[in-house]
Design a protein around this ligand. Structure first.
Ligand code: SP5
Ligand code: ZN
Length: 342
């Protein structure tokens, strides 16, 4: 299985984040990607490729131009406003407040294009996020060219980012961009299975009214866990997409026995839908020792997960999402890939 990764993805290097309402050391850090890359090479999963630059067009198929312009120009606006260091949003257009016209002040723009304060933007965020998206696109290209599977070592992650807002350490929705690109290349039906501990709110929002991209997510119950405001069982899609979104919120403390029941249900949906390509939003934060999460996967469970996904028999693109137990991240991630390869 080919892996795609660019060292440019390491340049987004936040020091702090606002987590649990407090300023804390950042957990979505460059060493995450380095740990996974090293494990890929050590365990000889396959060759490492650097991404091709797909330009802006495939990003615009998922994100609004206004949002992409904001991300791209953010750092020059921020420094022109006399600000320094990484930036956090702090005011949002909730409910009765208006989200248009778009503010011209950088503080208003930050709130307009985000949904949380936990996601620092820095000087190199745009470069790293576009490199991450290009890794997903390049891996998708390998599927189009006939590979049975590919791994996009995406970091920063993507599944919390929607068409016009960032959050949850995510800026560009790598999995959604790859899914849309596959559609545009002629892949008729794509399914995204999101196994990150957190609900993939951005991906769900992007494809909510569509039947050509199914979205399935198994995650911690949003009543108890971030992102709190999406990911409930009654969210099943709308309009043409009715029935093409499914959610399995699970309680804190969920272990493999409970998780695999939900996974079997998701696999039944996938079998019936029979997509031409499967994209796995691969979060490793279901691990029992993850510092911000509360599921109880042991390392062998990641092998089991990979093996189960292989049994679906579909061309499969793995796109990395979360996972913050950095020392174990490489081995847990490669366990899924190795489990898949058999
Ligand atoms: C891609 C991804 O996994 N994003 C996750 C973003 C989570 N941000 C909120 C973190 C809140 C952590 N609360 C932990 C409580 C136990 N200390
Ligand atoms: Zn997560």
């Amino acid at each position: 299985m080919k892996t795609v990764f660019s060292p440019v993805q390491l340049t987004h290097d936040p020091k702090m984040e606002i987590s649990d309402g407090m300023l804390k050391p950042a957990v979505e850090i460059p060493s995450r990607a380095e740990m996974v890359r090293n494990e890929i090479l050590d365990r000889k999963i396959g060759p490492l490729w650097t991404p091709q630059d797909f330009g802006r067009a495939p990003l615009e198929r998922v994100h609004t131009c206004e949002y992409l312009d904001f991300l791209e120009s953010f750092w020059s606006r921020w420094t022109a406003a006399g600000r320094q260091g990484e930036a956090f949003p702090f005011v949002w257009p909730v409910r009765q407040l208006r989200s248009s016209p778009t503010p011209t002040h950088i503080d208003g723009m930050l709130g307009r294009f985000s949904f949380d304060a936990g996601t620092p933007l820095g000087e190199h965020t745009w470069a790293a996020a576009t490199a991450s998206a290009n890794s997903a696109l390049t891996a998708a290209r390998f599927l189009r060219e006939g590979d049975r599977s590919a791994f996009a070592l995406c970091r920063p992650p993507g599944h919390h980012a929607a068409a016009d807002y960032f959050g949850g350490y995510c800026f560009l929705n790598n999995a959604a961009i790859a899914a849309q690109w596959l559609r545009d290349q002629g892949t008729a039906r794509v399914a995204i299975l999101d196994v990150d501990y957190h609900h993939g709110n951005g991906t769900q929002a992007i494809f909510y009214d569509r039947a050509d991209v199914m979205f399935l997510s198994i995650h911690a119950d949003p009543r108890e866990e971030y992102p709190y405001f999406l990911g409930h069982t009654d969210e099943t899609g709308e309009k043409a997409g009715k029935g093409f979104t499914q959610n399995w919120p699970l309680p804190p403390g969920t272990d493999w026995a409970r998780y695999s029941e939900a996974l079997e249900e998701a696999c039944r949906w996938l079998t019936v839908y029979s997509p031409d390509a499967l994209i796995v939003s691969l979060g490793l934060d279901t691990y029992e020792k993850d510092p911000i999460s509360q599921f109880r996967f042991v390392p062998e469970d990641f092998l089991r997960l990979g093996a189960r996904l292989a049994r679906l028999g579909k061309p499969t693109l793995f796109v990395m999402e979360g996972g913050y137990a950095v020392d174990a991240l490489g081995s847990n991630c490669v366990n899924v890939l190795e489990g898949f390869l058999g």
